[in-house]
Design a protein around this ligand. Structure first.
Ligand code: GAL
Length: 885
């Protein structure tokens, strides 16, 4: 695809808007959107174009301009939240000259040619180097701090009578302040928030200078926050009378398989100086998932309403339609994520189309049942969820459609049906993918309120911004079928206090007034029934305390269930098991069904900064996956769990506060390579998939010869038999509350281990591992043979170090050099080793536990072959060809 794309919307073509929002990958999508947009009626449409390309950027570690949110920008930026203030006091923009007018970076004349050329989404910190001054390992040791300036000529925007021009920023980290033609327009401090600025009053013809200042303080986050304009940025041009920002709200209060009621609120904003009579018409189309555009059949039409919208005001219309035989949205695999599109057209008094707007939504019912869990369309859906941070490994926080989609594909392969956006709103496209792929989502906003976890986290913004951030978040995300709960706090420090309860009640009231169709939740790690926060949210969300933290089995589920017999309970965060992919530490201590390793334990090698991949070892608050499963099964009224975490993420390298860059919590490592744990979850969550997975590898050196080397098997079978060098070690039955097969007394001798798993007495699946030979060659593969030549789509290239027979050498750590020929570039490399401090853009990368990864991007407009080769001393190299199309 070839952004920037100009999307012009009319009735059919208006879906360009939504398509563009999801079309940052895939030439096919772009072609569709281009076609859909080309058929649009420019006269009646709005335009929404990507302005991701062509920026200049500079980072300053010292304040370069005398500006600061606290000292001089705040009063000017606060009014930005006014649209989202109902309870609190709205802010008035101060009079006089706004700050920054004298800063050269905001001026057209400033020569930025020495600044770095960047395209958005952009994360200035991800290229490193690691070991950035004053940055803790918890923030990933990367240079996130400082002031960043972005500049761009906004030739796409021009002054036009009767038109409004908006800048939509999906996310900028953080304290964004925006100038157009030297004048401060506004900004938004919370780095995870999406926001809109009205550029119209500041435009000068078609030669406009846009300058954006970001400011990341030290100690702003418990994890790697990223830095920069790290999500998509859009320019929206519409008639000055138009559907407001987040201006539609679709709900489905009554749903059966025969018929559904769809209610729609449309908010119309008139930014002009005269009152305007507007006709509002909405038609509902099914969404064609294959073509990713609305189908042609109109399944329902809202009655046309004519309203007078006074100058400078907003007015809403409400309507209701019945859709017969609706195609319901529901999570896979048992249901289908069908979607609909409501296409709204505004017409002027003479009948001309003045605005068009599309809203994608799903028809589905949700029930939160205290004794059973979540019902979607009346069907019980046990929640098999993961918590997910926003970074994309070696790509950093910079949003990338393909990288996000790949993560969700892998989670779905594991059996995940639920996602928690820990602990902040995700990129809008994340929810679009969740809608399309059929996940349910717990959408989360805050990690703290007034009491901090680190000095400069959201606590400094809460008082001024919580209402605006909360309402804006709800309005942005309310039409997503996938969202089933609003979480307004993770492990809030004031969770047990009376003050915390008062605060929680006021936040809960805001949510109820704004979006009452989903229940709310909080993630509570220490509050007890009857104290502080549990009384406030609709769903009881428990972090770790349901299964009993650490070695204890004292579950908090019964007490909460007794105190709140009408509330659904779910485990908002579980396990926190730590492991280093492919690394096995002996002796193996810990009975998976009864206890786990706690604190520095035999499963941790503190000198090597590794944790054993037997998948048993957790910090003091965590538990093995097996123990969590058992506790979930003992309390079947619990709706399910969200495991901490699906993927390793940057920062928070518990248990090694020094020496590591990224987490050990992931079921999948930072590079996207599966840890053994992947198969433990898959065995439970996809019980009908025949699979068996053996661990450890069977290629140890002399130091393990004749030593006890337990063999564990993760399988969806109910019985399994292990063979070591052809000799049976016995057939075992998976007993109640057991989730792995263990042969703990196996003695290592080279050769082969093999497992045969059974289900209901019949052979179900097999797996084997053999002692491999010396590393001989590099096996290079790619996730997709063809990628789009759009400058954004990515190919993920895996290098496996293999022996002469092609089997992966499990402890291989060879130094690999990547090289690329053709119209593309190596964006980053990785190996999933949390200790590897080689900067991510490096084409040199050691393999780790046999594997390394290179991420390749085709150049904008590229067509043809891109060859990625990998070489290593003493080994036969390999290459793979990727077609850019
Ligand atoms: C939780 C917290 C998460 C993460 C996790 C690590 O208490 O909510 O953000 O820090 O611990 O185990």
């Amino acid at each position: 695809m070839a952004p920037p794309m100009r999307a012009i919307s009319s009735v059919r073509g208006l879906f360009c808007l939504a398509l563009l929002a999801v079309s940052t990958t895939g030439r096919s999508v772009a072609r569709l959107s281009t076609r859909a947009c080309a058929s649009a009626n420019a006269a009646g449409g709005r335009e929404r174009i990507s302005i991701n390309d062509g920026w200049r950027f500079s980072r300053f570690t010292e304040n370069p301009d005398g500006l600061s949110y606290e000292d001089n920008l705040k009063e000017w930026i606060l009014p930005q939240g006014n649209d989202f203030i109902v309870n609190g006091t709205k802010h008035t923009r101060p009079s006089g000259t706004a700050p920054g007018a004298d800063v050269e970076y905001v001026q057209a004349f400033f020569d930025d040619s020495a600044w770095e050329k960047v395209n958005l989404p952009h994360d200035w910190a991800i290229k490193g180097p690691f070991g950035a001054p004053n940055i803790s390992t918890s923030e990933g040791s990367l240079p996130v701090n400082g002031v960043g300036w972005y500049r761009r000529n906004l030739s796409e925007a021009e002054t036009a009578a009767g038109k409004s021009v908006f800048l939509d920023i999906d996310g900028a980290m953080s304290y964004a302040a925006v100038w157009l033609n030297g004048e401060l327009v506004g900004g938004w401090p919370y780095g995870y928030a999406s926001f809109r600025l009205d550029l119209t009053p500041y435009l000068k013809g078609s030669d406009n200078t846009l300058a954006i200042r970001l400011d990341n303080p030290l100690d702003s986050s418990r994890w790697y926050p990223g830095a920069g304009i790290y999500r998509n940025v859009w320019l929206v041009t519409a008639d000055e009378t138009h559907v407001s920002q987040y201006g539609t709200y679709a709900t489905t209060p009554e749903v059966t398989s025969e018929s559904a009621t769809v209610n729609l609120v449309v908010s119309v904003e008139n930014k002009g100086s005269l009152s305007r009579q507007v006709g509002v018409v909405t038609k509902v189309y099914p969404y064609d998932a294959a073509l990713r555009e609305p189908g042609s059949e109109v399944v329902a039409s809202f009655t046309k309403q004519v309203i007078n919208v006074a100058a400078g005001t907003k007015q809403s219309v409400r309507g209701s339609v019945t859709v017969t035989d609706p195609l319901l949205w529901g999570p896979v695999p048992s249901q289908t994520p069908n979607l609909y599109v409501a296409m709204t057209t505004l017409t002027g008094s003479n009948g001309t189309v003045i605005d068009t707007y599309s809203t994608r939504f799903g028809i589905r019912s949700i029930e939160y049942v205290a004794e059973q869990g979540l019902l979607v369309n009346g069907e019980h859906v046990y929640l098999q969820g993961t918590c997910n941070h926003h970074d994309l490994g070696s790509l950093g926080a910079a949003f990338n459609y393909r990288a996000t989609h790949r993560q969700l594909e892998m989670l779905q392969e594991m059996g995940v049906n639920a996602l928690r956006t820990s602990h902040n709103p995700p990129a809008p496209e994340f929810l679009e993918m969740a809608d399309e792929m059929g996940f349910v989502v717990m959408d989360e906003l805050f990690d703290v309120w007034l009491e901090p976890k680190v000095t400069n986290d959201y606590n400094v913004l809460f008082a001024d911004w919580h209402e605006a951030d909360l309402r804006s978040f709800l309005r942005r995300d309310r039409n997503h079928a996938s969202v089933v709960a609003w979480s307004f706090g993770n492990e809030i420090p004031e969770q047990s206090s009376a003050d915390g309860r008062t605060l929680a009640r006021s936040l809960q009231a805001i949510i109820l007034s704004e979006e009452p169709t989903r229940q709310t939740s909080l993630a509570l790690n220490s509050a007890k029934p009857g104290t502080g926060l549990p009384d406030t949210a609709d769903i009881i969300g428990l972090n770790y305390q349901g299964e009993g933290q650490g070695t204890t089995f004292e579950s908090a589920f019964p007490a909460f269930h007794a105190q709140y017999p009408d509330k659904m309970i779910w485990s908002t965060e579980t396990s926190s098991v730590l492991s280093t992919r492919g690394t096995y530490i002996f002796p193996v201590v810990g009975n998976s069904s009864t206890t786990v390793g706690v604190g520095p334990s035999p499963g941790w090698d503190e000198a090597a900064l590794t944790v054993s991949a037997y998948e048993l070892y957790a910090p003091s608050w965590g538990s093995s996956p097996d123990k969590v499963f058992a506790q979930q099964d003992r309390y079947p009224y619990v709706a399910g769990e969200f495991v901490w975490t699906g993927f390793d993420y940057l920062g928070e390298p518990t248990p090694y506060d020094t020496g590591a860059r990224s987490s050990y919590f992931g079921i999948i490592d930072l590079a996207g390579f599966k840890k053994d744990r992947f198969y433990l979850y898959q065995a439970r969550w996809r019980a009908n998939l025949p699979m068996a997975h053996l661990l450890p590898h069977w290629s140890f050196g002399a130091e393990r010869m004749n030593r006890t080397t337990p063999v564990h098997v993760f399988s969806s079978g109910d019985e399994a038999e292990l063979f070591v060098n052809g000799v049976s070690k016995g057939r075992k039955v998976k007993e109640e509350y057991e989730y792995r097969f263990r042969w703990d007394d196996v003695v290592y001798t080279p050769g082969e281990i093999k497992v045969v798993a059974y289900k209901d007495g019949a052979v179900w699946a097999e797996d084997s591992k053999r002692t491999v030979g010396a590393a001989a060659q590099l096996n290079v593969t790619v996730d997709r043979a063809t990628i789009d030549g759009d400058g954004r789509d990515l190919a993920f290239v895996t290098v496996a170090v293999v022996d002469a027979d092609g089997d992966v050498v499990p402890e291989a750590a060879n130094a690999i050099t990547f090289a690329l020929e053709g119209p593309g570039e190596i964006v980053s490399t990785d190996n999933g080793d949390p200790r590897d401090m080689t900067p991510f853009p490096s084409p040199e990368r050691n393999a780790f536990s046999g594997y390394a990864l290179a991420i390749v991007r085709a150049d904008r407009g590229a067509v043809g072959e891109i060859t990625l080769s990998a070489s290593a001393d003493g080994l036969v190299g390999g290459e793979v060809v990727v077609q850019a199309a």
